[in-house]
Design a protein around this ligand. Structure first.
Ligand code: KIV
Length: 372
């Protein structure tokens, strides 16, 4: 079920609120329902477009990603981030907030500017404020509010945003004790980023969580998986496959390389008979075949441990639990009753499944009963 803003408000002092950024359909689809809120942040200017800061991000840059995220999200709340210069006056603020809601956002976020927040709230749109290190006005990415004066300023702005009607506020890169004070004294939700653990919730840029943004690595952001490395490995392998000609194009589809892998083995069995008058093949106790994952008619290699001979044939089912392993036809020239043999079969496995592929080996005693 889709969360709504009332659900989020009711989580204060009860349950921590999780928020991550997403800027595209695929990522948002994976993220949906795993976190409470998805922020289509103007941080896309840096992690998607590669700018040094968020100042060049336009409304147009935000609308398409918000629409893409909306198409994928069924459960989490979507926040549309208002980019720099999109709320220079109340008319623009309202108009641009409406555009983000039309694109699919459930609410919008603005940095500082409580008067603009109030104008947007007055139209019925839910707003999240943002104080502390606000990248649209501060591009020196350092902890804010360390001295009393700036801490006071941040606190007052947080209060003003609450008074303006914001239902939540992002506290970015401020001391943990200041974030705690704001969280305790304000009734609205606080979402911290580099602001300690006492906020009502936490937000991170998903590229930091995924190890995808190598240019700046904030020390407060835990890298949960190193996708950069995994992607690089995949790209290098793909490149090698193409160069080696093992990735074949069939129309618009790609078929991947397959390898012939050892699949089944019945080890150190005893030939119970060698029958020259039978047409080629090997008869094997059907229970043993099942245990080794070999089916009737399957091609097998039979190795004679006693004399080094090796033949290729196919299987026929013998009486279950009889222990029967009979070499039939011409191969009977190379195998005698009582000789020790190994029966092996192989299978083609897709390159990407090789690591997980496990062959079946059945060890048997002198009566061809499985040794467990
Ligand atoms: O744009 C963004 O990603 C943000 C978060 C850092 C809170 O504003």
């Amino acid at each position: 079920m889709k969360l709504n803003i009332e659900n989020i408000k009711s989580m204060k002092n009860k349950e921590k609120i999780s928020m991550l950024t997403a800027y595209d359909f695929s990522t948002a689809g994976v993220m949906d329902g795993t976190v409470d809120m998805i922020l289509v942040g103007d941080s896309l200017g840096m992690v998607v477009y590669g700018d040094d800061n968020t100042l060049n991000v336009t409304m147009q840059d935000m609308i398409r990603p918000t629409q893409a995220v909306k198409r994928a999200v069924k459960k989490s709340i979507i926040i549309g981030d208002m980019p720099a210069n999109s709320y220079n006056n109340k008319t623009e603020a309202v108009e641009n907030a409406k555009s983000l809601i039309k694109a699919g956002a459930d609410c919008v976020k603005i940095e500082n500017q409580h008067e603009m927040a109030e104008a947007i709230v007055n139209t019925g749109i839910e707003v999240i404020g943002h104080v502390g290190l606000t990248p649209q006005t501060i591009t020196d990415y350092r902890m804010q509010g360390k001295d009393e004066e700036s801490a006071n300023r941040i606190f007052q702005e947080a209060r003003a945003l609450e008074k303006a009607g914001c239902f939540a506020i992002v506290l970015e890169c401020i001391p943990a004790d200041l974030a705690k004070k704001i969280t305790t004294e304000l009734k609205i939700i606080t979402i911290g980023i580099g602001a300690g653990l006492d906020c009502d919730g936490q937000v991170l840029v998903s590229h930091d969580v995924l190890g995808l943004f190598e240019k700046i690595k904030p020390d407060f952001a835990k890298t949960y998986v190193n996708l950069s490395e995994q992607m690089k490995t995949a790209f290098i392998e793909y490149n090698q496959n193409v160069k080696e000609g093992v990735v074949k194009s069939t129309g618009t589809n790609f078929t991947q390389m397959q390898r012939l892998m050892f699949k089944s083995k019945i080890h150190r069995a005893t030939a119970t008979d060698a029958n020259l008058d039978y047409e080629g093949s090997i008869t094997i106790d059907s229970e043993l075949m099942k245990k080794a994952n070999i089916v009737p008619g399957e091609q097998v290699h039979v190795l004679n441990i006693d004399n080094g001979e090796r033949i290729e044939t196919y299987t026929i089912e013998g009486e279950p639990n009889s222990g029967c392993i009979c070499i039939n036809g011409a191969a009977a020239h190379k195998f005698k009753k009582g000789e020790k043999i190994i029966i092996i079969s192989y299978v083609l496995v897709d390159e990407d499944k090789i690591n997980k592929f496990k062959p079946k080996v059945v060890l048997v005693d002198e009566n061809n009963k499985e040794i467990i």
